[in-house]
Design a protein around this ligand. Structure first.
Ligand SMILES: [Zn+2]
Length: 289
């Protein structure tokens, strides 16, 4: 028996050497717990790879370190235009031409007329975008020319308002966020349409619910906050909604007079839109269709 012991030891040694080599090559072999940390191959464990194609929003939300002045994407759904919004650059300097580009982006999508937009409005939209990193802000309507803004008091006609939604975020959530985050704003909730209205105003804030669907006459809630509490805001369907509205919406004006109740509508811009310093609006005339 004693003659077999060296042979056994040699075999064991060969096996050990082989297993160590195989382990360093493959890395998938189970290793003793005491050695696993130092001998495991370098790299992310399975399922946590670095590939990000197709999931940019997830990555932005969970992995990207906090950027000081991140960009926010605005998308005009009627014209399929994109505006990448950033108020300040890496060094904290104001981005030049921002207001001019926002004015252009927010131009009337019926007439292509450009109008100065309220500077606070763009800042609020930027805040909204930062609140949901990686989510696109989808704009339905910004400025409206008097020829198409049927409500004579519409804040859209003064460059104070924007109708939009945030991709992937419920409009109920967006509505509540706007109301609790910003002061001196009008927030309009359209449970039977696809956007939330936001406008900058001079004094106190206003909130309303309009139950009309696209293309229908405005139907305001008499007690919007009560409707939110009772859940009526999500249940009440005043008329049968034409299912084709979803595709027609982009070509249609939203309901006549659907903006703020007349008593709430601001009549003068909250602040001088031209007081911005770096903007030059001289060249921002109407583009050709
Ligand atoms: Zn609106």
């Amino acid at each position: 028996m004693s003659t077999r012991r060296p042979l056994f030891l040699a075999a064991a040694l060969v096996f050990w050497a082989w297993s160590a080599k195989a382990e360093s090559k493959v890395g998938a072999r189970p290793v003793p717990a005491t050695r696993s940390k130092t001998t495991s191959p370098v790299g992310p464990p399975p399922g946590r790879g670095r590939t990000t194609v197709g999931k940019p929003t997830h990555v932005a939300a969970t992995r990207t370190p906090r950027v000081r002045n991140p960009t926010v994407e605005l998308f005009q759904v009627n014209r399929k235009e994109t505006l990448i919004l950033r108020l300040k650059d890496d060094k904290g300097r104001p981005v030049k031409g921002l207001q001019r580009r926002f004015d252009q982006f927010s131009r009337c999508h019926y007439t292509n007329v450009v109008h100065p937009m309220n500077p606070r409005l763009v800042k609020m939209l930027y805040e909204v975008g930062k609140h949901w990193p990686g989510k696109r802000i989808e704009v339905f309507s910004g400025y409206r020319h008097p020829n198409v803004a049927k409500n004579p008091h519409s804040p859209h006609m003064q460059g104070l308002a924007c109708d939009f939604r945030v991709n992937g975020i419920a409009n109920t959530e967006l509505r509540d966020y706007l109301r609790k985050t910003f002061e001196r704003v009008g927030v309009g909730y359209y449970p039977n349409s696809s956007f939330v209205h936001l406008d900058a105003r001079k004094d106190r804030s206003a909130f309303w619910i309009d139950y009309s669907g696209p293309g229908e006459r405005a139907m305001y809630s008499a007690a919007p906050d009560e409707d939110l509490k009772s859940g009526r805001s999500e249940r009440f369907k005043p008329e049968k909604i034409d299912p084709s509205w979803a595709t027609q919406d982009e070509e249609k004006e939203e309901p006549t007079g659907s903006e703020a109740a007349p008593s709430e509508a601001p009549r003068v811009p909250e602040q001088s839109p031209s007081g911005g310093g770096t903007e030059d609006r001289a060249g921002s005339g109407a583009g050709s269709p």
